[in-house]
Design a protein around this ligand. Structure first.
Ligand code: NDP
Ligand code: MG
Length: 385
């Protein structure tokens, strides 16, 4: 099927990934079926007027009346709330879904898109961290195509081309996934006690929404990505290694058992992996430039400092425990990041909050989706007190 024949729903169209996805869809001539936003009503209305989707969803009920007023007379249907997000993801007219909501809030709609057998382009990594086994199993049952958008996972996906089995990577051919990360703004800062929010929000190479920018400063983003990669490619976390690569040119690599290593390279621009998820299996012309190799200088790699950034060890531990542990880690991190962004806590409090929550995580080996959503709510309720 041609990529232009797949009408697109963008969950989280008003965010960093959402805005980039609309730009890519415009370039490719892909029709937009639905867009969703949470609080940025003026931007969502402007996007609706430009792209003329059949459906616009505001997930925050407080914004519903304003949105209806903004779009009155346009013929565009406006809906609101969690059920409407699910409808936008699963309607029969939808061919592909971009999941670009931030955090656990995207889980129900991501799952609905998978169960409706769509091409699901996954930017929103937190649902995979929480419920990766359920999402991948549902994709197999319902014939959904899971396409990674996260730049590292898009890189690995491309490096696995021709070596993918039914259930992800052929683990007898793949020795290791090498997940690269810039190291964030504090890579060379030895004492993290007094770092500020403004410093944490200054990412050295990528421009992204606030939550993932803080996750990049704590390396929690890389931690979430270890678990994300493990589910996407069917490999245990022990076969996924983090490599700090400050230039953000090598987006990730795959080491094969014969010692051959494949890498995918590009500029740090999310429009490249977004476009590939929409056009896979084809690479289609764009106006995005490849890296200028002679201007780049050296490409360097180092191990992450897990003493300064304990998030990496927490991810391996949570993945090993399994069950609800990754959900607890993620929920505690979302709450701790929100507190830091609101100026209510320090940078190092993020590690303390996540560590404490993980120590108290309930043991449940095979949780259902409802168990996972309940555990996420419990952690949030406890930390909000
Ligand atoms: P942003 O904060 O820029 O955007 C988040 C989007 O989610 C917005 O559309 C926002 O609506 C919406 N939203 C926020 N809260 C809710 C909620 N409770 N219910 C429904 N919708 C909500 O985030 P990013 O675009 O940076 O990131 C999105 C996802 O993609 C994250 O999971 C991130 O980890 C992942 N990702 C992002 C990358 C990037 O380059 N930005 C790279 C790789 C992965 P509104 O703005 O209207 O309030
Ligand atoms: Mg990434």
């Amino acid at each position: 099927m041609s990529y232009r024949a797949r009408a697109l729903t963008i969950l989280g169209a008003t965010g960093s990934i959402g805005v980039n996805t609309l730009a890519v869809a415009k370039h490719l001539g892909i029709p937009i079926h639905a867009i969703t936003g949470h609080s940025k009503i003026a931007l969502l209305a402007q996007q609706a007027r430009e792209f003329r989707p059949a459906l616009v969803v505001v997930s925050d009920p407080a914004a519903y009346a304003d949105m209806q007023r903004e779009l009155s007379g346009t013929g565009i249907r406006v809906a609101c709330g969690a059920e409407a997000l699910i409808e936008a993801a699963a309607e029969p007219a939808v061919g592909a879904v971009m999941t670009a909501i931030v955090g656990a809030a995207g889980l129900p709609a991501t799952f609905a898109a998978v169960c409706a057998g769509k091409r699901v382009c996954i930017a929103n990594k937190e649902p995979l961290v929480m419920a990766g086994n359920l999402i991948m199993a549902a994709a197999r049952t319902h014939g959904a195509e899971i396409l990674p958008v996260d730049s590292e996972h898009s890189a690995i996906f491309q490096c696995l081309e021709g070596h993918r089995g039914q259930n992800g990577a052929e683990s007898d051919e793949v020795a290791e996934l090498l997940l690269t990360g810039s190291g964030g703004p504090f890579r060379t800062v030895h004492d993290l006690h007094n770092v500020t929010l403004a410093q944490a929000l200054k990412h050295p190479t990528w421009s992204m929404g606030p939550k993932i920018t803080i996750d990049s400063a704590t390396l929690m983003n890389k931690s979430l990505e270890i678990i994300e990669a493990s589910w996407l490619f069917g490999l245990p976390p022990e076969q996924i290694r983090v490599l700090i690569h400050p230039q953000s040119v090598v987006h990730s690599m795959v080491t094969y058992v014969d010692g051959s290593v494949l890498a995918q390279l590009g500029r740090p621009d999310m429009r490249v992996p977004i476009q590939y998820a929409l056009t896979f299996p084809r690479h289609v012309a764009s106006d995005l430039k490849p890296p200028d190799f002679t201007a780049l200088g050296a490409l360097t790699f180092e191990d992450p400092d897990t003493a300064r950034f304990p998030s990496i060890s927490m991810a391996y531990a949570a993945a090993k425990v399994g069950g609800l542990a990754p959900t607890v880690m993620n929920a505690a991190n979302e709450m701790a990041v929100a507190a830091f962004l609101a100026g209510r806590s320090t940078f190092l409090d993020i590690f303390r909050t996540v560590e404490r929550a993980l120590t108290n995580a309930p043991i449940m080996p095979a949780p259902s989706l409802d168990d996972i959503i309940a555990a996420d709510r419990d952690v949030r309720a406890r930390l909000a007190m």
